[in-house]
Design a protein around this ligand. Structure first.
Ligand code: GLV
Ligand code: MN
Ligand code: MN
Length: 418
């Protein structure tokens, strides 16, 4: 047997990985080839059941915590030691693709499958994990499961968050946990020795540089806000312009003022208003209320802080005859993953003959919060033209397999550490 036959990576099967990725994508599949599998939805409950079935077939032990974080455990020879966790999320944006999040969970499962097939048992247990509500689309803000696991947000705070229909996270969690009543229940947050997350890049760097493995340096800072503009509903036919308090007209001015203030020559600031709701949203009623979201990101801590601090004042000044109320939802500083973790990923890629480079992550990931409780890192693989949060998301089997080989090598190595 050659060297390749002795590696954990040599037991990774690209076909198995791909089959599971395509099978998972059927839960919430859209006509345009994407996936709509919102957090804690019936589609996600069915997809989780499939994950549990695959895990049992491999010989893993499924379990769940009170936040519906799902763990699929390969027990180590010293199971009393804190485990290594690897995974991502399986919830998607409403018009999401097949790979954002799902790739990291299925790559984790395949890594454990490969370790089992190698006949070797690591010292520490290794757990594939699917974190609850990373996307924050149905329930905002996202990364809820990893946030409560890491102690960043209290459970009571996330349970109270509601979706557009008024359903709370607490209610939706109840449905998921009822469906998974038979699974052993884990404590919410337990000691972890290390966390590694594989993900599609969602950018164009790896593709442009013709590089297979991205060693993620860190994640840029992010702040999110909810802005409410309040005016007055009135009759579209009878109310003169001077008497109107039109929340939509006011919101348009506010949005323009924000765009002007936040515009940067270098094009480094990421500023998005992705949700905008008008009430009552009726053709013959002057709008009485507008609520919109702000997603603001930058790699520099001071910049993201200062820009975010400007937002309430800008909104209030531009609201005219209406009132503007700005609610701060989330403030995550930029972070850098430990050099030790980055070095291990680079060395594993070298051993496997895979090209690699370091790059930052402009997108957010659950690794952000795991970084607070254990040494954490991320592996990126290229995705076509950087397209993501889009039904057209696409990766190659070769890249998906290579990323999983690197993941399997590093998680096994971490699990062997004392
Ligand atoms: C994650 O989906 C993000 O929006 O960064
Ligand atoms: Mn993701
Ligand atoms: Mn995403």
């Amino acid at each position: 047997m050659g060297l390749a036959g002795k590696t954990i990576a040599s037991h990774v099967s690209g076909d198995r990985l791909w089959d599971r990725l395509m099978a998972l994508a059927r839960f919430g599949a859209t006509d345009a080839g994407g996936v709509c599998r919102l957090a804690l939805s019936s589609e996600e409950i069915e997809a989780r059941a499939e994950l549990v079935k695959w895990a049992r077939d491999i010989g893993l032990e499924p379990s769940v915590d009170a936040a519906a974080n799902l763990f699929l455990t390969l027990p180590g020879t010293e199971p009393e030691l804190p485990p290594i966790l690897t995974g991502s999320h399986i919830d998607t944006q409403p018009t999401g693709g097949k790979f954002d999040g799902a790739y990291g969970v299925i790559a984790a499962l395949e890594s454990l499958d490969a370790i089992v097939r190698s006949g070797r048992r690591p010292r520490r247990s290794i757990e594939a994990v699917a974190w609850m509500n990373e996307e924050g689309s149905r329930f905002a803000p996202g990364m809820m499961g990893s946030a409560v696991f890491a102690g960043v947000r209290p459970m009571a705070e996330i349970e109270a968050v509601t979706d557009a229909s008024g359903c709370s996270v607490g209610e939706a969690l109840g449905q998921v946990l009822a469906a998974e009543e038979a699974l052993p229940r884990r404590p919410l947050g337990f000691p972890v020795a290390g966390y590694l997350e594989a993900h599609i890049e969602q950018g164009v760097v790896l593709e442009r540089e013709a590089t297979t493995i991205g060693v993620v340096i860190g994640i840029q800072g992010k702040r999110t806000f909810r802005v409410e503009i309040d005016g007055e509903e009135s009759h579209a036919g009878t109310t003169p312009r001077g008497a109107r308090r039109d929340a939509l007209v006011s919101a348009v001015h506010v949005v323009q003022a924000l765009q002007d203030a936040i515009w940067d020559e270098a094009d480094e600031v990421r500023f998005t208003i992705g949700r905008f709701t008008v009430t009552p949203n009726a053709p013959s009623v002057v709008p009485g209320k507008v609520v919109f979201s702000i997603d603001l990101r930058h790699g520099d801590a001071e910049t993201v802080e200062a820009l975010g601090d400007m937002i309430p004042g800008i909104c209030e000044a531009a609201a005219g005859k209406c009132t503007a109320a700005v609610q701060k939802l989330l403030h995550d500083e930029p972070l850098v993953f430990p050099e030790s973790m980055r070095g291990r990923i680079g060395k594993a890629a070298d051993r496997l003959g895979l090209s690699h480079m370091e790059l930052p992550s402009p997108a957010g990931h659950d690794a952000r919060y795991l970084h607070k409780v254990c040494p954490s890192g991320m592996i990126f693989i290229p995705c076509k033209e950087g397209i993501s949060h889009n039904e057209a998301e696409s990766v190659t089997i070769a890249d998906a397999t290579a990323g999983t080989q690197a993941l399997a090598e590093v998680v096994f190595e971490l699990a062997e550490q004392g």
